[in-house]
Design a protein around this ligand. Structure first.
Ligand SMILES: NCCCC(=O)O
Length: 381
């Protein structure tokens, strides 16, 4: 097969399909997305589905808030029900340092139109009755945040992108990028060659290999994260917020009649393994005992593992290569990629078209590390 495309997107998760839809809808002809597996099969389908604007970094607040707006109109605009629950995010804070950091975050978020606020521990427990308040100093809450279904977002974007003329090639792996000097001329794939002058890397945890095809270092390291789901929880409030114990990183939100829960595991080492294991259970149990002992009573009925695509400062890499003409990238989201997908698609569309995006994304370029300008985010889960 020989194809010609104006732009080839590598990666069929939320970032790639959002970019495909934004480009095709803007009238870019012959957009081709290649995904080596099924759509969403990489990390998106393994995500917890949380959507939020509660961050410490202005860029993340604005990307999160813009995406919340897009998730809110997704069904009308993209034509897909994404199971959006605007139930809020509740960060539980147990140290004076955490409270000071979230106070500053709330001030910045409010200045950008995000309606977050600090709550007393008892108010937090009224919203999220499974928690215990011992040792809790405060909580940060924003009612506009929530959660939705990652696969539905991907399939919605993909279907709508196709309707605007994009081609989505599943089970098609990008194996190389051909260059003439510093100009891209084609992408080689397992299905054949696609002539193009533009490549967008949206390959998530696998992005380093894609960057290497054009000699660009995209410092992305994969790290396994596990999620568990529980059986039904009687009396669970319909509007239970995504609840996060910031000290232990234990989080949970409603998943049908039960809960979806997860936490970080400091013993996990970088790598591409995505099998589930029980080695995180002692830490999970300890975190539950500390902050939500009611969770210990719940039967765990399933779970899975996926990959975070971590960068050295745990913030995204978004931009265009300077060493190669027309190689754009949107990757390294370090656990908050799903929730930024809509806004990132918009930003990449504008970079591609030479328009000024709704925010200056240049501080997230991959070059920030060599320039000695990392950009750490404090509100990481
Ligand atoms: N990363 C898992 C929880 C979602 C979030 O970061 O908000």
């Amino acid at each position: 097969m020989n194809l010609r495309a104006e732009a080839v997107i590598i990666g069929g998760g939320v970032i790639g399909t959002s970019i495909a839809w934004h480009l095709a809808r803007a009238g870019v002809r012959d957009v081709v997305l290649v995904e080596r597996d099924e759509l969403a099969a990489g990390s998106t389908s393994r995500a917890a589905g949380g959507v939020r604007a509660q961050f410490s970094d202005e860029l993340n607040i604005r990307l999160g808030a813009r995406s919340l707006e897009a998730f809110g109109r997704f069904e009308e605009e993209v034509g897909q029900d994404i199971g959006l629950h605007r139930v809020g995010y509740l960060f539980l804070l147990s140290t004076p340092g955490q409270v000071a950091s979230f106070e500053a975050g709330v001030r910045l978020q409010n200045s950008l139109g995000v309606p977050s606020r600090l709550l007393a521990p008892e108010e937090a427990r009224r919203l999220s009755p499974l928690i215990r308040t011992d040792g809790l100093l405060a909580a940060a809450y924003s009612p506009d945040d929530g959660h939705c279904t990652p696969e539905a977002v991907v399939h919605g974007y993909a279907r709508a992108a196709r309707a605007h003329g994009a081609r989505i090639l599943r089970h098609t792996e990008a194996t190389g990028i051909e260059l003439r000097g510093d100009t891209i001329t084609a992408v080689s794939t397992t299905l054949g060659r696609i002539e193009t002058g533009t490549v967008v890397c949206a390959a998530g945890a696998w992005s380093r290999a894609v960057g290497a095809m054009v000699g660009l270092d995209l410092p992305v390291r994969p790290l396994r994260r596990q999620i568990a789901v529980t059986g039904p929880v009687p009396g669970l409030p319909a509007a239970l917020p995504m609840t996060i114990d910031f000290t232990t990183s234990l989080y949970f939100h409603r998943e049908g009649p039960g809960l979806l829960l997860g936490m970080s595991d400091p013993d996990e080492r970088p790598g591409f393994a995505t099998d589930s294991h029980d080695r995180w259970i002692p830490r999970l149990t300890e975190a539950m005992q500390q902050r939500a002992p009611a969770l210990l009573e719940l039967p765990r009925t399933g779970g899975w593992a996926g990959l975070y695509e971590n960068t050295p400062d745990h913030n995204a890499l978004i931009g265009e290569a300077t060493s190669v003409s027309r190689f754009l990238y949107a990757t390294g989201f370090s656990g908050h990629g799903f929730l930024q997908g809509p806004a990132v698609g918009e930003v990449i569309r504008d970079l591609y078209l030479g328009r000024v995006p709704f925010l200056d994304i240049s501080p997230l370029s991959a070059g920030r590390f060599t320039a000695g300008a990392p950009r750490p985010e404090a509100n990481l889960v």
